[in-house]
Ligand binder design. Structure first.
Ligand code: CP
Length: 324
């Protein structure tokens, strides 16, 4: 069985194959007719138990550009609200002949459960599970860094070797940070996390990265700075940093951006809270890749669906790592 559950499951060869395949897929987006017949007759189900704009839309666009049939399922408005379980939802999708299930779920480990349960035969792709992982986001981020910092055709997986990536903000609740740390480490980059002490996960010292509490010191050494949203919806009120204090210490404004090397880029997975972790001036600047990241997400998701449904032997899913 082939699934994509965790960026930590990807070898360097796996990751580079996905990035290189995504470069091929990006060429399709430049054509007048943005479609390949590759997955004609296959069915991709987007199974979203949590809200999403970018991930859901880009998986749909990716599947359609590969000519797959797409079924979009949102828990809101479905029989999940009547108490239907993940198992019975999965059995329903299996009865409809799903070849791939793209799942976003609030519970860390839900995609792993789906992939290993035997409820469905198709490939499972994790589109974000709780605070655990969001592997396609990390892949599209690495793709964006490779294009902006190195160039598309560098190949051989050594292209992010030695690059310094800084991830700033609510690391505690961020599946994006967790997937990026694993993938960037696999690709040879050095990652530094910058966060308020209350938003750093317990056990982070075991992650393959460094921790810093001072943003201004790391900015001049960074090739890319990835800003994260403070995920208030996953917080108890006692955790809430005040917006003003948070922005002052951890927000990226034009003055702080000026401390970064000239070639360095600003990234954000979205959704952004302008004025909190990033000012509008920075978000709208040429150095900010947020819109590019979304476009690159379609190419990455085309590559993932193509490789999973087209016969490439990938890593078996491992049990999710600890989640908080
Ligand atoms: N980056 C990301 O996962 O965005 P959505 O929640 O809008 O999908």
């Amino acid at each position: 069985k082939r699934h994509l559950i965790s960026a930590a499951d990807l070898t360097r060869d796996d990751a580079v194959l996905i990035l290189d395949t995504a470069e091929e897929m990006a060429r399709v987006a430049d054509r007048p007719i943005k479609k390949l017949p590759t997955l004609r007759g296959r069915t991709v189900v987007n199974l979203f138990f949590e809200d999403s704009t970018r991930t859901r839309i880009s998986f749909e666009a990716a599947a359609k550009r590969l000519s797959a049939d797409v079924i979009n399922f949102s828990a809101k408005g479905s029989s999940v609200s009547k108490g239907e379980s993940l198992k019975d939802t999965a059995l329903t999708l299996e009865a409809m002949g799903a070849d791939a299930v793209v799942i976003r779920h609030g519970a860390s480990g839900a995609p792993y459960r789906l992939a290993t349960s035997g409820w469905i035969d198709g490939a499972v792709v994790n589109a974000g599970d709780g605070t655990h992982e969001h592997p396609t986001q990390a892949l599209l981020d690495a793709f964006t860094m490779r294009r902006r910092l190195v160039g598309a055709d560098s190949g051989l997986g050594r292209d992010l070797e030695g690059r310094r990536i800084t991830i700033v903000g609510d690391i505690l609740h961020s599946r994006v940070a967790r997937s990026n740390v694993h993938l960037l480490h696999t690709l040879g980059a050095h990652v530094t996390l910058v966060a308020p002490p209350t938003l750093v996960p317990v056990g982070v010292e075991k992650w393959p990265c460094e921790i810093s509490y001072g943003l201004d010191e790391v900015l001049p050494e960074s090739d890319a700075v990835m800003m994260l949203r403070v995920q208030r919806e996953r917080m108890n009120a006692a955790y809430f940093p005040t917006e003003r204090e948070y922005s002052r210490r951890y927000g990226l404004d034009a003055d702080r951006m000026a401390r970064m090397p000239e070639h360095a880029i600003v990234m954000h997975p979205g959704p952004m809270v302008r004025g909190m972790e990033i000012t509008a001036e920075v978000a709208d600047s040429d150095r900010c890749t947020v819109v590019e990241q979304v476009a690159n997400g379609v190419s990455i998701r085309m590559a993932v669906l193509y490789l999973l449904l087209g016969g490439y032997e990938s890593a078996a899913p491992a049990a999710p790592s600890r989640t908080e």
